[in-house]
Design a protein around this ligand. Structure first.
Ligand code: HEC
Length: 111
């Protein structure tokens, strides 16, 4: 392997490791703080309170015109009623937005 390829391989692997851990941390935030009200693909529904009219994460992911990155970002910086006060860090917010974006099938368009 040439030094260039070797460097590329190392950097690339490190990138993937970071992405995997970001996904894992989003999943644990979602499991702990969001599925009580939101339906999220891949998570059990038992804990969800159907009386609370929270949009499905899949619907948020699919309606990119409404739920722009800017809107999600501004929204997630504040706890929202009736969600208990939860202050998310900037990187948690970014990771959650990426996670929601990842739910959308067959498109990588940018808003
Ligand atoms: C106790 C219930 C509850 C919990 C817990 C909760 N939400 Fe919500 N969420 C709502 C309700 C109700 C709405 C719709 C009303 C509104 O927009 O304020 C909403 C709306 C949203 C929206 C749409 C925002 C928009 O622009 O209209 C997003 C994104 C969202 N929640 C993300 C999250 C995330 C991420 C978590 C976990 C960190 C979470 N919510 C936890 C109740 C909850």
């Amino acid at each position: 392997m040439t030094p260039f390829l070797l460097t590329f391989a190392i950097v690339h692997c490190a990138d993937e490791a970071v992405m995997a851990s970001d996904q894992k941390s989003s999943r644990s935030i979602i499991a702990e703080h969001c599925i009580e009200c939101h339906r999220v693909p891949g998570f059990a529904e038992e804990a969800r309170n159907p009386d609370i009219k929270a949009p499905d994460f899949q619907a948020i992911a699919d309606d990119r015109k409404t739920y722009t990155t800017k809107r999600l970002h501004a929204f997630l910086r504040q706890p929202h009623f009736p969600m208990r006060a939860l202050i998310l860090s900037e990187s948690d917010i970014q990771n959650l937005i990426n996670y929601i974006r990842g739910l959308r099938k067959g498109s990588s368009e940018i808003d």
